[in-house]
Design a protein around this ligand. Structure first.
Ligand code: NAD
Ligand code: MG
Length: 347
């Protein structure tokens, strides 16, 4: 890899992370090219931002460092069909999530450096903080260090994103992948939505109005999570009433108890031994039959209908409504998701 000057960087994919990385790295003085499928859904955006857009093969062939920022489930095919044959000898291959490499779905060529740089925040925040002159903390790892300088390249890239202004933490592909999957399954996406739905059902089944139940178990969750985010559970306890604190102490452990924790450990074991990923790949390859069913069940849950009606009457929500899965739908992708919601994006 050419290191007398800054490495030439190819960003493959221009979604949540891809766009933020490309813009920040360019502003940090790197030579950045974007690689996208011709006519793909984000090509127009990359061109409008002033980037040279090439095919993934051309972009990879011309770069010292290639960042794979497409959805995780298309990375194996992208690597095997396009990148393996086109990456320069000795190039640095970079991922923002370790899933494919850690579980052996991608086996990178032996001559490459293979690194991970994952900002701990959604793309929009990675860009915004950089523009303000701050940064989002990044975690980084090395899977393959052919040149002896893989760590240097990972840190250079993280610094270009603005991550070094905040905090850089070294991890491994294994730790990043397994903790990321566990977080989104047990706590963030899976745990939190199941908790909210069960709380809503409990109140509505007891005869309370769905509107009141919505405010109590979904809407007000933001207030609590914002306090966690700013100052941990300590800050939440400082802000809620004594009655709420006492109720928290005696009832929280009845909802999330030793049995729940045992199931969390089962979930973690299935992530660690590859069972989860094996099932997910099979589901993806089969055309997502169960995924679509599960997704529809969430969309059809009564809390969604009452939520839409109530949110339409909260004007501040209309002004900065985040993009929805529907408006984000990427023709080639099955896993469209909101792109401006911190939790959805971090996960
Ligand atoms: P995204 O869905 O927002 O964007 C994906 C981009 O890839 C789009 O530009 C899409 O058009 C393009 N693309 C799809 N298929 C392609 C193909 N075959 N060839 C070329 N381009 C293709 O994705 P994202 O959320 O930015 O995730 C990218 C990576 O970053 C993933 O590995 C993800 O796990 C990781 N990550 C995401 C976040 C986050 O907050 N979203 C945080 C940390 C890490
Ligand atoms: Mg995740």
């Amino acid at each position: 890899m050419n290191t007398s000057t800054n490495p030439t960087i190819a960003i493959i994919g221009y979604g949540s992370q891809g766009r933020a990385h490309a813009l920040n790295l360019r502003d940090s003085g790197f030579d950045v090219v974007v690689g996208l499928r011709p006519g793909g859904p984000t090509e127009v955006k990359a061109l409008a931002d002033g980037f040279t857009v090439k095919t993934p093969a051309e972009a990879a062939a011309g770069a010292d460092l290639v960042a794979v920022l497409t959805p995780d489930m298309v990375q194996k095919k992208l690597y095997n069909d396009v990148l393996a044959a086109n990456l320069k000898p000795g190039a640095c291959l970079l991922f923002a999530h370790g899933l494919n490499v850690h579980f052996g779905m991608i086996s990178p060529r032996a001559d490459l450096d293979v690194v991970l740089v994952a900002p701990k925040g959604p793309g929009a925040l990675v860009r915004r903080e950089y523009e303000i002159g701050r940064g989002v903390p990044c975690i980084y790892a090395m899977h393959q260090d052919r040149s002896g300088r893989a760590e240097e390249f990972a840190k250079l890239y993280a610094a270009g994103l603005g991550g070094a202004r905040a905090n850089l933490i070294r991890t491994t592909f294994k730790e990043e992948t397994e903790t990321d999957l566990f977080g989104e399954q047990a706590v963030l996406c899976g745990g939190a939505s199941a908790l909210v739905q069960a709380g809503f059902e409990t109140l509505v089944e007891a005869g309370y109005q769905p509107e009141i139940a919505y405010y109590e178990v979904l809407h007000e969750l933001k207030l609590i999570v914002d306090l966690f985010y700013e100052g941990g559970i300590t800050r939440m306890l400082e802000f809620v009433s004594e009655t709420a604190q006492y109720g928290d102490f005696v009832s929280g452990p009845r909802v999330i108890n030793a049995e729940t924790k045992a199931r969390m450990k089962d979930i973690l074991s299935e992530i660690q031994d590859g069972t989860f990923v094996q099932r997910w790949v099979a589901e993806y390859d089969a055309g997502l039959p169960n995924y679509k069913k599960f997704q529809q069940a969430d969309l059809d849950h009564p809390i969604e209908k009452v939520g839409r009606e109530l949110r339409a009457k909260m004007q501040w929500l209309q002004q900065n409504a985040p993009q929805t899965a529907a408006t984000q739908q990427d023709a080639g992708q099955a896993t469209a998701k909101p792109s401006t919601h911190p939790i959805a994006e971090t996960a």
